[in-house]
Ligand binder design. Structure first.
Ligand code: F6R
Length: 241
């Protein structure tokens, strides 16, 4: 595991974007796993700037997001597809056919998850998976549990996740109750992982994930077992290491 400590959120975002730019330049048809949330926003803005100055051509890249709410219209402003469209896909002019998120509209959630796994496999697997980390160590929607999850599956959101995500909805009642998420097995199947964390509020969980025992109660700790992980932290998130 390689840990890079940046001086600021802006520098963390530039370093992380550079990892992706180098991959896309080496392998223009690479498969990227992407995350939503606050942490990667600066990195996505850097990627948009890189393409604007012709340092990057994303046109042959295929993307798979970690997760998506269930039973939310795809064009709902808080769907993860809309987040990705606003922050990355539209500014980069990506062909929607190359951008994948679990199908949140399929009434059969397990079938949607199985189809997602098949699509990842058909694309040749994920070359680089971007991750943020939750305050409780979750990655994707894989929350602390008694065992690590395996492949893409339906989750019922915990009350604390509903509460945390309600800041983006009109009220907690409007937050979807379920999501589809890549499992820990899916994430660990990526050839390379890029984990980002920013802010002093992530410092305690970063130490547990990177230096603590590997256990499903801290889902991100499993990354210690992956053979190619790059962790980019700002100084605040690294302050307890
Ligand atoms: C996002 C995701 C989540 C976030 C995590 C951190 O697709 O799956 O696991 O990465 O909740 O979120 P932020 O970056 O908002 O702190």
């Amino acid at each position: 595991m390689k840990v890079v400590i940046a001086q600021s959120y802006a520098e963390m975002s530039r370093i992380a974007a550079d990892v992706i730019v180098r991959l896309v330049n080496e392998k223009p048809d690479c498969v990227l796993g992407l995350a939503t949330g606050s942490t990667p926003l600066g990195m996505y803005a850097e990627l948009v700037r890189a393409q604007a100055r012709a340092a990057l051509d994303f046109s042959c890249v295929t993307t798979f997001n970690l997760d998506e709410y269930r039973n939310i219209p795809t064009d709902h402003e808080q769907s993860y597809r809309r987040y990705m469209e606003r922050n990355l896909f539209e500014p980069l002019g990506l062909d929607p056919a190359r951008t994948n998120l679990p199908d949140c509209t399929n009434p059969d959630g397990e079938a949607a998850c199985a189809a997602y796994e098949r699509a990842i496999a058909q694309a040749g697997g994920i070359d680089l998976q971007v991750l943020g980390i939750g305050h409780n160590g979750h990655i994707g929607f894989n929350e602390p549990a008694s065992e690590f999850t395996d492949r893409t599956h339906v989750v019922t959101l915990s009350p604390s996740t509903i509460c945390a995500n309600s800041r983006l909805f009109a009220s907690p009642d409007d937050v979807p109750r379920q999501a589809c998420t890549m499992g820990i097995g899916t994430i660990m199947g990526a050839r390379r992982i890029l984990l980002l964390a920013s802010g002093v509020d992530k410092a305690a969980i970063v130490v547990k994930a990177l230096r603590g025992p590997v256990m499903p109660q801290v889902p991100a700790s499993v990354l210690q077992y992956h053979r190619d992980v790059v962790v980019v932290l700002d100084e605040e998130a690294a302050s307890c290491l």
